[in-house]
Design a protein around this ligand. Sequence first.
Ligand code: DGY
Length: 333
Amino acid sequence: MGAMAKLAHRVIVTHQLPEEWIADLRDNCNALVGPPTSEVAGLSAELQRHLPSADGLLTLLTVKVDAELLKKAQNLRVVSQMAVGVDNIDLNACTQRGIPVGHTPGVLTDATADLAMLLLLAASRRLLETNRDAREGRWGTWQPERWLGADLAGKTLGIVGMGAIGQATARRAKAFGMNIIYTNRSPKPAAEREFDATRLKLDELLTVSDFVSLHTPLSAETRHLIDAAALAQMKPTAILINTARGPVVDTDALVAALRAGQIRAAGLDVTDPEPLPPNHALWSLDNCVIAPHIGSATENTRRKMAQLAVTNLLAGLRGERLPHCANPTVYEK
Ligand code: DGY
């Protein structure tokens, strides 16, 4: 790490993180760390008061970094998000202010793809529903026709968004004997070769897939990409997996489709809203497996994400190009 006058920079870390994860930040900056995430989701009132003097902001995806926040943070020179997705951040507003935004691609790819497969398997083999039946005394004798699920081998997995996580999911699915098709803004020739995969339009992919796994960032273009019309195109035996962002799916339409048996099941690591309230209709559906946004939640992955966020932040404070920048056009100015 290049020389940096210790404590010269004032940095806001929006929430408490394990000290070991942010040791480099503590060593190099005057870091003001927020409350535990369990206390407040956004930026605490206390930290908001310190925005005017902050040079850097290390943030989580639960904090809205918008024009209003930026207006209060006139000294801000870098924003660093501890996540790969940056839909909580107004990238245009940051770019206009010349503020690079860091994020953490790569380090969470495998963990998130593992979780996509976990949901795919759990939803197809009805793991939660059967576990609950058994726990609650409804095991009974072994019954040949009971608790039947769906096979994976020979089935078609449609990947929506063939980026790093989409590809890692395809790689895992291939090992289960699945066929891969995908949709993506641009063709991915290397992925086509590796997975023997064909690129289709979304409409076609939805019609022929046995499983659909979402891996797109959330943007104006992808909000409610899977709406009532999209769900109606899917096979009645199809299973939808979402490890991307909740609002990529229209939740009301999904509830209706799952209730009506318009699709077989869903496996969700992300929902809209988040957190999903305990009385939400999705919880009442046996054919919906829900995890509380834990795609990247392994010890190694979360530590690496924090460390990468710190690395991005320190680079920005030194005036260097961020190793992982979500708004690279900021450097074209
Ligand atoms: C991300 O990084 O965007 C995930 O949603 C959290 O790991």
